[in-house]
Write a protein that binds this ligand. Sequence first.
Ligand code: PLP
Length: 397
Amino acid sequence: MKFDRSGVNALMEITSRPELVFVRGQGSWLEDHTGKRYLDFVQGWAVNCLGHCPPEVVKAINEQSARLINPSPAFYNEPSMELAKRLTGASCFDRIFFANSGAEANEGAIKLARKWGRLNRKGAFKIITFDHSFHGRTIATMSASGKPGWDTLFAPQVEGFPKADLNDLDSVRALIDDQTVAIMLEPIQGEAGVIPATREFMQGLRKLADDHGLLLIVDEVQTGMGRTGKLFAYELSGITPDIMTLGKGIGGGVPLAALCAREAVSCFEHGDQGGTYNGNPLMTAAGVAVFDTLTAPGFMDEVNARARQLSEGLLALSAQWGMQGERGEGLLRALMLDRNDGAAIVETARDWMPEGMLLNAPRPNLLRFMPALNVTAGEIDLMLQRLDEVIGKVRAA
Ligand SMILES: *Cc1c(COP(=O)(O)O)cnc(C)c1O
């Protein structure tokens, strides 16, 4: 197949993309229009938790698409109730609202917290969020995000998202006032470069929220659904949040997200929340297939074994090249480089012949790894070995 320039010109130019068209994928491997294969450690941005085209999800989508695609959100459908039961059964939450993207789930969390504030805290509406956080690309979630530059892009912002510093409890305490209703954070900041909130900080936030009558919201769009070696990352710190959002891995690649809340916080009234595609059976059927695979006996043990292998391999690479070590939880990890050649490494790995490799550098001096949760030991070894070769080539140049 030839690269289609007219097709490129018909798309809005929203980011710089390589001149590659991906045509098929299986597990940890992608294939482009020339037939070249790539070992994929990006997986649609931590979305394909079971790799490309996992048979369980393909089967669920095939069967559901032949049965019922969308009766409208004004009616109940089986897959959405099945998935909601599974999520509430496996978490501290009692109620689920399904959405189509992480940003939309976070919008829902913000609305729910504001509604709760109106009912319980005299109209308090401010949600404390964090510098360098990422919560999505709608206007409100961009305002909630602490990405440098986003405070002026598309101004004016949505009001009411004061920013604290991650892992600094005093910086959070200093922002609390009568108008504060919630604290919202990623248990591990993903886009910022895989920066974990410490266990003590998460526990401190829970106590601070309890002392001041605030809600604690965890954005687990990236960390949820097994990514960190637990089904949900909040479990790592032994706390119970009031609201959680899920996205990315929950659909195994299809657009699905969820807003999860404890009963006492589930205060939406009729008309407050909705959406044409929300909770449609086609996507939630995919979600059920993903959930059942992640929670099958032994699955998470394998994730944790692969996570240890990846962590040890990255540490060894770091030592060998004089880098700054590695960090992360489960299969969301980062290699801290000793110089700003992240982009060059990503590009060289992608263009490697005869087989390429897909990596991600969210910062110039850092590589992020978010492979399929069912990545094999052999694939991790291959990635580490090739990464070593790629670094060698980049640094020899
Ligand atoms: C990706 C991401 C989002 C946004 O999800 P979309 O599906 O792209 O809207 C929100 N929060 C976190 C932590 C994310 O990683």
